[in-house]
Design a protein around this ligand. Structure first.
Ligand code: UT7
Length: 328
């Protein structure tokens, strides 16, 4: 029995209105615009200021736009897979909140924790459901309210992250679609990128809050090295096993963590920068949302049959790449 293929038939996003600029960060921590731009490529990022709104709100808005773009009614969705490390609650899942809010009355779903690789892991999960014939229409979402776990007194992390959501609808493809993926996980015992408290090992307590253990912590240079190596390695791995050269690839859609990591990946893939989707300057690192945010910004430039590589690296550590041929 030959497998069905899945394709992306609709894309949506949500961006909070508030723009936190490098200039404003200069008033909050000892940093400067020049350092942030030259070390990361980031000029500004979005922050969800409304205390009553969080990841599920952004994910719901992105999902609604993706459904409209695909011309699919919420009741047609069979499954929702949502990548996030900043769920509204430990449970119920953010996917369940989205399911209710959009009226996806026939869908089941769950959250998936793979940090910055969350969208790619969710995309592959949704793809396999369509390939197996278990689902016909799947909503895949990457959404993170990073400002809820960022320590805005820590200059090494607070300059990097932003809030946003991106969503895609997956349907059966007649041609093209998602062809292959390679994913990796390597448990990070050295704690180079972590949120130490709030789980079952260190549940919330006065101590954990007092010691800032609910904030994200990162050993930047260690993660930088692993990300630069991992994202390029996995992109080459997927190119090699699909016999693709840099000339064949129309677009690289990289996770937006650092412009230097993106450029290094493109270089090793033999791609010129005009084939690389980059919007890190506007949104920073929105964790699970970066890849759909790029697809959204570039969707009018995508042509039928374009060979596209999506690549990500994140906490866990997790990394992976997906190869698809654009067809809508
Ligand atoms: O998306 C998930 C995966 N995450 C990533 O891929 C992020 C990977 N890491 C990075 O992107 C980079 O490591 C950072 C952007 C976080 C840091 O850049 P770096 O070039 O690795 O800088 P560094 O940490 O080695 O710090 C260099 C210097 C240090 O000062 P000294 O020790 O040389 O005097 C830092 O204290 O820059 C200092 N520094 C800053 N200066 C101004 C660190 N943060 C800042 C800041 N403003 N915000």
């Amino acid at each position: 029995m030959s497998l069905k293929r899945a394709k992306i038939s609709g894309i949506g996003r949500y961006l909070p209105e508030y723009i936190l600029t490098n200039k404003e960060l200069e008033t909050m921590v000892e940093t400067n615009d020049e350092w942030i731009r030259s070390r990361t490529g980031i000029s500004e990022r979005r922050i969800l200021k409304d205390p009553d709104k969080a990841t599920a709100f952004m994910a719901t808005e992105a999902a609604k736009e993706a459904l409209a773009d695909a011309n699919v009614d919420a009741s047609e969705i069979d499954m929702i897979v949502l990548g996030t490390v900043t769920p509204d609650y430990m449970f119920p899942s953010t996917a369940a909140l989205v399911q209710k809010r959009i009226g996806a009355v026939n869908a089941w779903g769950f959250d998936l924790s793979a940090a910055c690789s969350g969208f790619l892991f969710a995309l592959s999960t949704g793809t396999m459901m369509i390939e197996s014939g278990r689902a016909k229409k799947v909503l895949v979402i990457g959404a993170d309210k990073m400002s809820s776990i960022v320590d805005f007194t820590d200059r090494t992390t607070c300059i990097l992250f932003g809030d946003a959501a991106g969503a895609v609808v997956l349907e059966e493809a007649d041609k093209g679609g998602i062809i292959d993926f390679v994913h990796h996980t390597d448990g990070d015992e050295e704690c180079s990128l972590y949120q130490h408290a709030g789980g079952s090992l260190n549940p919330a307590s006065l101590e954990t809050v007092k010691n800032g253990k609910h904030f994200l912590t990162q050993d930047g240079p260690v993660v930088f090295k692993k990300a630069t190596q991992g994202m390029a390695d996995v992109s080459l791995e997927i190119m090699e096993r699909n016999q693709l050269t840099g000339d064949d690839v129309a677009w690289l859609v990289p996770h937006q963590a650092n412009l230097r990591i993106i450029n290094a990946t493109a270089r090793r893939m033999g791609l010129s920068t005009d084939k690389v989707m980059i919007n890190i300057e506007k949104f920073g690192n929105t964790t699970a949302a970066t890849i759909p945010l790029c697809l959204y910004d570039w969707k009018d430039k995508l042509n039928e049959g374009d060979k596209i590589i999506l690549a990500a690296f994140g906490g866990g550590i997790t990394w992976g790449a997906t190869y698809l041929e654009w067809s809508k």
